[in-house]
Design a protein around this ligand. Structure first.
Ligand code: MN3
Length: 211
């Protein structure tokens, strides 16, 4: 990932703000990227401003060490580094519907092996995403034995529990409220239409390589 260390900057999305229309609307994408993610970036930089030791660490290392710090700075770093990590991963996993594709290659085989079928995966993943109480994410991860669906609260990340992420959906209300209102299920089904399956397969292969 580019810009992996302090000072963090808000990297442009790999597509235009309107590219996910009509499934995820342009206004939501603008606010989500320019305000929500930007705020995590600003707060993370502010938290690291006076700490040259932490400034040397990568985003993933910051998430790793912040869990053991057990003080206000640790919590600030954990929540904001998590917010940056999760949003970058979420945004990079999306694309225009025409380019979304379908599960292919090694990931398709693993999905069928684990969940029985592609629709079995969709159902199980959707139930997990609906089950997140309050704010958080649902993830498909590799736990180095195989694929697994997990959820995380707030800006907790899968990597702090040793999981390697393959794909994720942000189910904080700011991700969908302007278009889908309170209908999270409708948002999840629209999110599947703009999921970048090529990227998900790359992530899956990268996980396998790190095993
Ligand atoms: Mn968000």
């Amino acid at each position: 990932m580019k810009n992996d260390k302090y000072p963090f900057v808000n990297l442009p999305l790999p597509y235009s703000y309107g590219a996910l229309e009509p499934y995820i609307d342009e206004k939501t994408m603008r606010l989500h990227h320019q305000r929500h993610l930007q705020t995590y970036i600003n707060n993370l930089n502010a938290a690291l401003k006076n700490d040259p030791r932490l400034q040397k660490l990568s985003l993933e290392q910051l998430i790793g060490v912040s869990g053991g710090m057990n003080n206000d700075l640790g919590r600030m770093v954990h929540n904001n580094a998590g917010g940056v990590y999760n949003h970058r991963f979420f945004f990079e996993g999306l694309t225009n519907h025409a380019l979304s594709g379908s599960p292919s290659g090694e990931l398709a085989d693993a999905l069928i092996g684990t969940f029985g079928s592609y629709s079995g995966f969709i159902n199980e993943f959707t139930q997990a995403a609906l089950s997140v109480f309050g704010s958080g994410y649902a993830w498909l991860v590799n736990d180095f034995r195989g694929l697994k669906i997990i959820t995380t609260a707030n800006q907790d990340t899968p990597i702090e529990n040793g999981f390697c992420p393959v794909l994720t959906v942000d189910v904080w209300e700011h991700a969908y409220y302007l278009k889908h209102f309170n209908k999270r299920a409708d948002y999840i089904s629209d999110w599947f239409r703009v999921l970048n399956w090529k990227k998900a397969n790359e992530n899956y292969l990268n996980c396998a390589r790190r095993r």
